[in-house]
Design a protein around this ligand. Structure first.
Ligand SMILES: *[C@@H]1O[C@H](CO)[C@@H](O)[C@H](O)[C@H]1NC(C)=O
Ligand SMILES: *[C@@H]1O[C@H](CO)[C@@H](O)[C@H](O)[C@H]1NC(C)=O
Ligand SMILES: *[C@@H]1O[C@H](CO)[C@@H](O)[C@H](O)[C@H]1NC(C)=O
Ligand SMILES: *[C@@H]1O[C@H](CO)[C@@H](O)[C@H](O)[C@H]1NC(C)=O
Ligand SMILES: *[C@@H]1O[C@H](CO)[C@@H](O)[C@H](O)[C@H]1NC(C)=O
Ligand SMILES: *[C@@H]1O[C@H](CO)[C@@H](O)[C@H](O)[C@H]1NC(C)=O
Ligand SMILES: *[C@@H]1O[C@H](CO)[C@@H](O)[C@H](O)[C@H]1NC(C)=O
Ligand SMILES: *[C@@H]1O[C@H](CO)[C@@H](O)[C@H](O)[C@H]1NC(C)=O
Length: 340
C-alpha cells in the first residue's frame, strides 16, 4: 500500500528540530483508525498534502493524517499508521491521501534527558524531563501508542488509562479497571446482563429427570450479583428447591427463602416480560425436595425469570447449589446464570 514517497517537511517546520519524515500512501486511500477516539481534529480548506502534513507535524500527538484535496479536508490522527487500516476509498476520492509519520529510535535519543536538551516534535517536557506524549508509552526505544482492550500487555502504562484500561495480571491483556465494565471494542461500557453473565447451567428439550443436585463454585468479579433461573416448559414443569449460596468456609446462606418455605416469593423477584402463562409459582405438596414448598414453572411459549440479588466479596469464591427436577418434554429450557 505504501508509495515510496518520503516527504521531508522540515521546510515548513519552525526550526530544524521539528524535522519529520512522512510516508505517503497511494492516491485514493483513507485512514481508518482502530478507535474513533484517535481523531485529534479536522482542518477545512487544506489545499495541499504538505499543508496537512505540517498541521500534523505541529501536534505532538499526531502520527497519521488523511487529506482529501477535493473536499480540502485534513484529518489528524493519534494512532500510528500501522495501528489502523489504510483503505482504498470510493470512486469520488481519487484525491485523497494518507500520510504516516515515521517513528524510529533515532528520533528518540533525547528521551529522558533534561528538557534543556534540544527539544523535538516527538517528546514532551514533564517534570524537567523529555518523556512520551499523552496516550503513548516508552517501549525501550520509541514512544508507542497505548493499547486498547483485549490486547496483550505487561504493565498498566501500556494500556489506555484515559479509557480506564489497566493491564490484567491474570490475562495479561488490557481490561477495564472494574469488573462492572467490559471492553465493547471502542470503550469500557457498563456491563449489561447480556454480556457479562456467567452461565451455570443451560439445557434445552431435556428428558425427564428426578430431583438432581447442582453445585458450582463461582469466583465473584462483581458485587452485588444476581442469581437468575430462567425456565420454559411448554407442556410440563420444572421444579426448583433448596437454592443456596455461601462463601467457601462460611456457612451463612446468602439466599433468602431458598426453599420457598414462606409459601411466597419473599426474597425473590419473579419477572414475566413476555406475559406467558403457566409461569413460576410456589407450590405446596409432598413432591417438594425438602420441606413443604417448592418452586414450579411451566412457562409456555417463552421463558420467565426468577432471581435474587445479593452482595458478595470480589475475589472470593462462592458455592452455589440448588436442586432441580425436570418433567421433560419440548420445547423446554433451563438457563441458570449469575450476572452483575
Ligand atoms: C530517566 O533518567 C533517570 C535519571 O537519570 C533515571 O533514574 C531513570 O531510570 C530514567 N528512566 C528511564 C525510563 O530510562
Ligand atoms: C518499540 O516499538 C517499535 C515499533 O513497534 C519496535 O520496532 C521496537 O522493536 C520496539 N522496541 C522495543 C525495545 O520493544
Ligand atoms: C477506574 O477508573 C475510573 C476513572 O478513571 C476511576 O474513577 C475509578 O476509581 C477506577 N476504578 C478502579 C477500581 O480503579
Ligand atoms: C440465558 O440467560 C442469560 C442471562 O439472563 C441471557 O442473557 C441469555 O440470553 C439466556 N440464554 C438463552 C438461550 O435464553
Ligand atoms: C460469613 O458471611 C456473613 C455474610 O456475608 C458475614 O456477615 C459473616 O461475618 C461471615 N462470617 C465469617 C466468619 O467470615
Ligand atoms: C487474578 O489472579 C489472582 C491470583 O491468582 C486471583 O486472586 C484473582 O482472583 C484473579 N482475578 C481475576 C479477575 O481472575
Ligand atoms: C457446597 O455446598 C454443598 C451443600 O451445601 C456441600 O455439600 C459442598 O461440599 C459444598 N462445596 C464446597 C466446595 O464447599
Ligand atoms: C427443542 O424443541 C423444539 C421443538 O419442540 C425445536 O424447535 C428446537 O429446535 C429444539 N431445540 C434443540 C436444541 O433441540
Amino acid at each position: 500500500m505504501f508509495f515510496p514517497i518520503i516527504l521531508n517537511i522540515a521546510g515548513l517546520a519552525l526550526c530544524q528540530n521539528y524535522r519529520a519524515n512522512v510516508k505517503l500512501t497511494a492516491v485514493g486511500t483513507t485512514f481508518q483508525p482502530s478507535n474513533p477516539i484517535e481523531l485529534l481534529g479536522s482542518i477545512s480548506n487544506t489545499k495541499s498534502v504538505i499543508h496537512c502534513s505540517a498541521y500534523c507535524n505541529q501536534n505532538v500527538q499526531c502520527r497519521t493524517f488523511g487529506v482529501n484535496l477535493l473536499s480540502l479536508s485534513c484529518s489528524l490522527y493519534e494512532g500510528h499508521i500501522t495501528t489502523g487500516s489504510v483503505v482504498a476509498s470510493s470512486s469520488l476520492s481519487q484525491s485523497s491521501f494518507v500520510g504516516g509519520f515515521i517513528y524510529e529510535s533515532a528520533l528518540f535519543l533525547n528521551y529522558n534527558q533534561t528538557c534543556s536538551t534540544a527539544i523535538n516534535r516527538y517528546l514532551v517536557c514533564v517534570g524537567a524531563r523529555l518523556v512520551c506524549p499523552i496516550n503513548t508509552f516508552w517501549n525501550g526505544s520509541i514512544c508507542v501508542n497505548q493499547f486498547y482492550g483485549n490486547t496483550l500487555c505487561q504493565l498498566d502504562i501500556q494500556c489506555r488509562g484515559d479509557l480506564t484500561l489497566i493491564c490484567s495480571i491474570n490475562s495479561s491483556t488490557c481490561v477495564c479497571n472494574s469488573t462492572r465494565y467490559y471492553w465493547d471494542g471502542t470503550r469500557c461500557a457498563l456491563c449489561t446482563n447480556l454480556v457479562c453473565y456467567t452461565q451455570l447451567y443451560f439445557i434445552e428439550n431435556q428428558s425427564a429427570a428426578p430431583w438432581t443436585y447442582f453445585s458450582y463454585l463461582y469466583l465473584a468479579f462483581n458485587t452485588p450479583v444476581t442469581l437468575e433461573f430462567s425456565f420454559r416448559n411448554d407442556n410440563l414443569y420444572w421444579w426448583l428447591d433448596d437454592v443456596s449460596v455461601n462463601k467457601i468456609g462460611n456457612t451463612t446462606d446468602l439466599i433468602i427463602n431458598g426453599g420457598f418455605e414462606t409459601d411466597d416469593f419473599t426474597g425473590w423477584d419473579l419477572e414475566n416480560p413476555y406475559g406467558i402463562s403457566f409461569g413460576g409459582r410456589v407450590v405446596n405438596d409432598a413432591a417438594s425436595h425438602t420441606g413443604t414448598y417448592y418452586y414450579c414453572d411451566g412457562a409456555t411459549g417463552a421463558a420467565d425469570f426468577l432471581s435474587q440479588t445479593f452482595n458478595v466479596i470480589i475475589g472470593a469464591t462462592y458455592n452455589v447449589t440448588y436442586w432441580l427436577k425436570g418433567e421433560g418434554s419440548s420445547p423446554s429450557l433451563a438457563n441458570v446464570t449469575i450476572k452483575p
